[in-house]
Ligand binder design. Structure first.
Ligand SMILES: *Cc1c(COP(=O)(O)O)cnc(C)c1O
Length: 417
């Protein structure tokens, strides 16, 4: 009989098959064990017919990938350790020295920083375009453009671009489009099927080539996981993305995948709840004399509202489970306000410090409401024409009671006065 140490490692017991529970099991591995040398030589992971190494996927990561494909309407999914890593994989997979990438000036800041840093160091050029002006994108697409990023709504300023026009432009010029779909989350609109309902019958299907999602936000929903996904419908593009993902050694931990698998079933309900509260708070903010502008795409006066309506309210978007609809369409739980220019940055910072339920923090999509005072001139090439002058504050509305959140805002406005 083998020694005890050996028997504890090579134990003969196998649990009975057929265990079923609401949550999928969690498999974790660096090493994957093969039944034979032949299997070791022939097993494939790129088409998900098998397992070869921890970095290349486990039953747990494959399950999350497939569920995310269902969420966003894609066919292939790659998991990354953060939303930003998902952006980086996409850029490095699609771009090489001499190529050019076009990024909206209102994109998620670190996407622009990557272009100004590592991409530039690799000889990849970038230009920032005005997402609210498709003609500016048309002007900037050149023979060297190999990737265009689109983001809706825009980061921090939450203006909603004409996504359909931007994607059509790229398609007409044969340039791949990647969408940062974190705001829409696969719920507000369908990134691979952007065709407006009015023209859907018989129309050429219109969709992005790649959708990137910071799972850190709504799919996690807890403020305790960092993860990202890259999704595509295109087989050739999927292979390029998978090869880059593999060669860069990017992987995610099984426990983090488990957390997202656990949160995903409640995501549509949470998204709807965040949406209802955020619109109520946005409407309340419209009546505040301290504010020059309230930025939320579902507000009729907010920049790009008509584009939001066309994509998220009039289009055949996925119905969410909640009946207490805040109005047409779906929107994420983000809201920004412009304080009137008479208030100094110090006063606006004081307003943020005076908040109690709203915590100071950058990420979003979790139960805790968050606030950040941003300095817009450091984030944009120029002051956007559609944004009132003043100091900007962004709120991420959590799942607290709306009355309590309004009470917190009210007492902080009183401190400002
Ligand atoms: C948070 C966020 C990211 C990055 O996600 P991380 O997981 O924090 O790296 C990318 N894009 C958008 C729009 C985001 O809000």
């Amino acid at each position: 009989m083998p020694d005890l140490t050996t028997r504890l490692i090579h134990h003969p017991y196998t649990p009975p098959a057929g265990f079923a529970a609401p949550q999928p099991g969690v498999f974790k591995a660096s090493t994957v064990i093969f039944p034979s040398v032949a299997a070791m030589r022939s097993t494939q992971w790129k088409d998900k017919t098998g397992y070869t190494y921890g970095l290349h996927g486990t039953p747990t990561s494959y399950q999350l990938e497939e569920r995310l494909c269902t969420l966003e309407g894609g066919l292939h999914c790659i998991l990354a350790p953060s939303g930003l890593a998902a952006i980086a994989i996409t850029s490095f997979a699609l771009l090489k020295a001499g190529d050019e990438v076009l990024i909206p000036d209102n994109a998620y800041g670190p996407n622009k920083a990557l272009a100004e840093g590592e991409l530039k160091d690799c000889g990849i050029h970038h230009r920032f375009y005005d997402a609210m002006n498709p003609a500016d994108l048309a002007d900037k697409i050149s023979a060297k453009t190999r990737l265009v990023w689109v983001e809706a709504a825009g980061s921090i300023t939450l203006e909603f671009p004409d996504v359909i026009a931007l994607v059509r432009l790229c398609k007409a010029r044969g340039v791949p489009v990647a969408l940062d779909n974190t705001w829409g989350a696969g719920l507000a609109f369908k990134p691979f099927d952007l065709t407006p309902r009015a023209t859907a019958a018989g129309a050429e299907p219109l969709g992005v080539d790649v959708s990137v999602h910071a799972l850190t936000k709504y799919p996690s929903g807890g403020g305790d996981v960092l993860m990202g996904s890259v999704i595509t419908r295109d087989d050739a593009l999927a292979l390029r993305l998978k090869n880059t993902h593999m060669r860069l050694g990017i992987g995610v931990g099984g426990n983090d995948v488990e957390l997202v698998l656990r949160s995903l079933p409640s995501m549509a309900l949470r998204y709807a709840a965040h949406d209802i509260s955020t619109r109520a708070i946005a409407r309340w903010c419209l009546g505040r004399p301290e504010l020059a502008q309230v930025l939320h795409p579902a507000l009729p006066g907010s920049p790009g509202h008509a584009h939001w309506r066309a994509l998220c309210a009039d289009a055949a978007s996925v119905p969410l489970a909640a009946d207490a609809s805040p109005g047409p369409g779906h929107a994420a739980g983000l809201l920004s306000v412009m304080f009137k220019p008479g208030y100094s940055q110090a006063q606006v910072d004081g307003f943020c410090d005076a908040l109690g339920l709203f915590k100071l923090g950058y990420s979003w999509g979790g139960p805790v409401s968050l606030v950040v005072p941003y300095y817009l001139p450091s984030l944009r090439a120029g002051w956007p024409a559609h944004i009132a002058p003043g100091h900007i504050v962004r709120f991420s509305i959590g799942l607290e009671n709306v009355g309590d959140l309004l009470g917190d805002l009210d007492q902080a406005f009183a401190v400002l006065a």
